[in-house]
Design a protein around this ligand. Structure first.
Ligand SMILES: C[S@@+](CC[C@H](N)C(=O)[O-])C[C@H]1O[C@@H](n2cnc3c(N)ncnc32)[C@H](O)[C@@H]1O
Length: 271
């Protein structure tokens, strides 16, 4: 997983990011499962996993819908789609249908969906309204769309605040603000769902406050270790090094905490 991809996903698709997504899934899996239960995702259904990435959710959803159901995974990353294809074959999961495509190119015209799951996918697009409408059109009556996205990335902070780390976190936020898309798309989803003719049935904040001995700590830690060195337009190598040194120091301070970027879950149903 080392070749560069055209129009690549901002965090990359190399092995370290693949593993970071796996760790991230360990931290957020219970929230995904709670949402799937609320939406009554179950055997025989057809569910779209939007921006499936390497497929940590796709594989779990495939077991849930079973042999008479189907999971459609869409992602623009060739590397992730190939990885997921191999993983699905290894586990003899024949109910996973994968499309290597951008959400703009994704063709859902012949699909009838019972459910949609989006986690950290809509944040990266500049035309979420169009993408959501295309998906809503492919949903059958009663189908449920679950989105779990950032509501306020700027909530990301540490106690105590260490100056170089604070600067690194601010640079990461700035890079997201400068990209296409909206890192805080979660806050706009109720309105976007309503515009697409979907009825919002649940809005739920999802907050995480990490302490060093908690697995959750590894989520912001792995993100910063992978992402800050990529921010060459925003931080000098010395600033990156200082930020990551602060992060190491923080981990050994008594009573340190990291408040993670604020997430939200929005669930909507097609009437
Ligand atoms: C943060 S990852 C999340 C992966 C997965 N949903 C999860 O929760 O583990 C974002 C994924 O969205 C994909 N992605 C981002 N923008 C996309 C677009 N415009 N079209 C298709 N895939 C996109 C990336 O390739 C990446 O795999």
């Amino acid at each position: 997983m080392s070749k560069l991809e055209k129009n690549a996903y901002i965090l990359g698709t190399e092995r370290a990011e693949l593993h970071r997504l796996g760790l991230q899934h360990q931290v957020w899996d219970s929230e995904a499962r709670a949402a799937w239960k609320f939406a009554e995702f179950s055997a025989g259904q057809t569910i779209l996993d939007l921006g499936c990435g390497p497929g940590f959710c796709t594989m779990e959803l495939a077991y849930m819908v079973g042999e008479y159901g189907k999971i459609i995974g869409v992602d623009k990353s060739k590397h992730y789609i190939e990885f997921l294809q191999q993983n699905a074959a290894l586990h003899a999961l024949e109910n996973i249908q994968l499309k290597e495509a951008s959400f703009d190119e994704m063709d859902l015209s012949t699909v009838s969906l019972d459910g949609v799951y989006d986690r950290w996918a809509l944040a990266w697009v500049s035309n979420p309204e169009e993408i959501i409408q295309k998906i809503a059109d492919a949903m059958q009556s009663g189908a449920v769309f679950i989105a779990q996205e950032y509501y306020d990335w700027s909530m990301f902070q540490t106690t105590p605040a260490l100056p170089a780390l604070k600067k690194g976190i601010a640079a990461a936020l700035q890079s997201f603000m400068d990209m296409d898309g909206n890192i805080n798309i979660g806050r706009h989803l109720p309105e976007l769902f309503a515009k697409a003719g979907l009825e919002v049935i649940r809005i739920r904040p999802m907050a995480k406050l990490a302490t060093p001995d908690d697995l959750t700590w590894q989520w912001p830690k792995s993100f910063l270790n992978i992402y800050l060195p990529k921010l060459t337009q925003y931080l000098s190598p010395d600033e990156v090094e200082a930020a990551l040194e602060d992060l190491d120091e923080l981990e050994y301070l008594n009573n340190a905490t990291i408040l993670c970027p604020q997430m939200v879950e929005v669930v909507a149903v097609k009437g």
